[in-house]
Ligand binder design. Sequence first.
Ligand code: SF4
Ligand code: SF4
Ligand code: FES
Length: 255
Amino acid sequence: MAERTFRIWRGNSEGGQFETFQTQVEEGMVVLDVIHRIQATQAQDMAVRWNCKAGKCGSCSVEINGKPKLACMSRMNSYGPDEEITVQPLKSFPVVKDLVTDVSWNYEQNKRIKPFRPRPREADGNHRMYQQDVDRVQEFRKCIECFLCQDVCHVLRDRAGRDRFVGPRFMIRLASLEMNPLDAADRIPEIRDEYGSGMCNITRCCTEVCPEGIGITDNGIIPLKERVVDRYYDPILWLWDKLFGGKKRRAGAGT
Ligand code: SF4
Ligand code: SF4
Ligand code: FES
């Protein structure tokens, strides 16, 4: 047991400031445990969002010592024994109260994406996928919608970029649809024109903060950018797509 210093941001959409709390920390605690202890003993009106405490619901996203993190997966022993811990709400989204932000902008982006449209079944009535296609899509489906990647993306931090880029979380949702050979919809024009693939400059900051270890940039965004280039800047493939349909070719592509 040791006494530790926490600086926690308190406030609302009008503004706020950090408040300092001293509290006892025991072995095995995560940052969310400490926040709950402070809430129970010193600041009953402190707002913090959480749900599973198991790194699976994506609710407890905050910035800890300036880095986007899940509070329930941030072990106290990963910080120095005397290190002051600063906890603040995600910077890219409007504050509701204390550590809780309004992430509804993300749900609006999700609604803009053309949903899965199944291909017709094969002659024997089945759908078939190669295992490598299943694995590729499964990686993207691990997303817990914590929006840490959205928080760190500099295009979204610059609020002006929001009108032009859906952000890394939705680029991998698009990738999970576009790379699914059972899906018949074509989203490449929207990926370029409406979802803003060109805004991403592949800094990989999003990949670094993803708690699910999804290869957001290398496995999702870069292959989507390549598909945009194939479609719009490769004249032979453009002609092929016109004649035979682009999705079919892309389903077998190894991007
Ligand atoms: S790689 Fe692209 S999506 Fe990811 S943080 Fe950088 S600009 Fe944003
Ligand atoms: S891609 Fe990773 S960081 Fe982004 S919302 Fe999903 S789980 Fe969170
Ligand atoms: S409480 Fe569910 S991810 Fe942290």
